[in-house]
Design a binder for this molecule. Structure first.
Ligand SMILES: Nc1ncnc2c1ncn2[C@@H]1O[C@H](COP(=O)(O)OP(=O)(O)OP(=O)(O)O)[C@@H](O)[C@H]1O
Ligand SMILES: [Mg+2]
Length: 421
């Protein structure tokens, strides 16, 4: 029998594998810590965490006792300085953050990597402030994006060998390139969040005012002999404004979530009513009768945030309706057992690519199949998951390309620690 061909050197079935034996121990350790560092930088979400991670990773990848990142202000000054390796007490004792003189300033002025075997003996150094721990070897590299220098990465006190060498300089430069991308991404994401929260706040008042005005117009129309057609129109406008205000709430929650500030407002709620309200909303918003609701005859009482849960369920229904063929039904089933309630939303659509199943819970991430087909911001599932976890619940996804998608939400009937009255 023919034997399978041997694996080509350096390549595994599931991706490239470095032929480790080919490298000396230093290179091997470096490759490992460097790829770990890049992974961490790629997943740092906020500017703050990118800067902290970079200072820490610079130290570990380059075997340095201390690491720091200086972010440049508009005048080329050091606007922010983040350190790693110094204790809180040491930072306090040093006092003022560096202003960008001496060696730090030399890296800023040159815009090029700078190495020094001994800071104290270097003519470009200006000396340490009182209470600064002694430092000897030094390496500083700019963090560049194109021609722009965003800041600098500094490491001091190489713990192995005789100070930083050309390899360290090269590694620090490549690490700084990755950090530049991460900084740019985090900055854009902060700008986007700020925009979201401003937009949502600005929209909330006029939409609220519109809602009140429409409600009062509808009440007056109901009491007077306003023609039925006008009353029906007013009802339509009322629903549209309701829909708009729920969308604005979604935006507002999305912008709050990044700051970890979602607080549920609990009251005693029948989950069947939450589901029915979401179904009615979808029937109206998407003009469809495709949803089949299987709700129990007995109420499912729980302590939940009615409006937020309704939005969560509506988001799941909206996805199921939008991403499955128009002639197929969508099911929503609610039940309770022991101290938990479960809501399941199921469709028999095309399913979600296995590669997308972990990603789509992130804000602004859409499935690879959805681009260019349906409009959407990629916020729905992110908000659903956050609302569910703010209630102490959990969510699972079961999606197969030939069967469809089922999303199950499980909620405790009462917040943990609550005692029956
Ligand atoms: N029931 C489903 N069937 C197939 N794909 C789905 C389903 N639900 C979600 N998805 C995929 O998950 C992605 C993320 O969904 P999510 O609700 O977070 O964002 P969106 O629907 O794209 O936009 P938004 O909800 O903000 O309007 C969708 O773009 C889609 O690719
Ligand atoms: Mg959606």
């Amino acid at each position: 029998m023919p034997q399978p061909a041997p694996e080509p050197e350096g390549r595994a079935a599931n991706g490239p594998r470095a032929p480790e034996a080919a490298f000396d121990p230093r290179a091997r350790a470096l490759i490992r810590s460097f790829s770990e560092a890049v992974k961490i930088l790629n997943t740092s979400l906020s500017l703050e965490s990118v800067l902290r991670d970079l200072a820490r990773l610079g130290r570990s990848v380059l075997s340095a006792r201390y690491g720091a990142v200086g972010v440049l202000g508009p005048e080329g000054d050091i606007a922010r300085f983040v350190t790693s390796g110094l204790s809180e007490d040491e930072i306090k004792a040093i006092g003022q953050a560096p202003q960008g003189h001496g060696l730090l300033g030399a890296v800023i002025a040159d815009g090029r990597p700078l190495r020094s075997a001994n800071i104290a003996g270097d003519p470009r150094a200006v000396g340490f402030p009182p209470n600064h721990p002694p430092m000897t070897s030094f390496l500083g590299v700019p963090i560049r994006r194109g021609t722009r220098v965003l800041g600098n990465l500094y490491v001091t006190d190489k713990t192995t060998g005789d100070g930083f060498d050309a390899v360290d300089e090269w590694v620090a430069t490549v690490l700084a390139d990755h950090a530049a991308l991460a900084i740019e991404r985090a900055t854009l994401s902060a700008a986007r969040d700020a925009f979201l929260s401003v937009a949502a706040h600005e929209l909330r008042s006029p939409v609220g005012a519109l809602r009140l005005a429409i409600e009062s117009a509808s009440e007056q129309a109901a009491e007077s002999d306003t023609p039925a057609a006008i009353r029906e129109l007013l009802r339509e406008v009322e629903r549209g404004v309701d829909e708009l205000s729920l969308e604005v709430d979604d935006l507002l929650d999305a912008s709050r979530l990044d700051r970890g500030a979602l607080r549920v407002q609990r009251s005693t709620v029948d989950l069947r009513q939450v589901c029915q309200a979401a179904v009615d909303r979808m029937r109206w918003a998407l003009a469809t009768d495709r949803v089949i609701a299987k709700l129990p005859s007995e109420p499912i009482w729980g302590r939940w945030d009615r409006r937020r849960l309704e939005r969560a369920v509506a988001n799941l229904l909206e996805n199921a309706l939008r991403y499955s063929p128009a002639d197929t039904p969508v099911w929503i089933v609610a039940r309770s057992a022991e101290a938990r309630a479960t809501i399941q939303v199921r469709d028999s659509g095309p399913g979600i690519d296995a590669a997308d199943q972990d990603r789509i819970w992130q804000p602004f991430v859409r499935g690879s199949q959805s681009h260019g087909t349906q409009r959407g911001a990629g916020l729905g599932l992110y908000i659903v998951r956050e609302i569910v976890s703010a209630h102490g619940g959990s969510i699972t996804l079961d999606s197969q390309t030939t069967v469809g998608t089922t999303i199950s939400v499980t909620l405790p009937l009462r917040p943990s620690g609550a005692i029956d009255a």
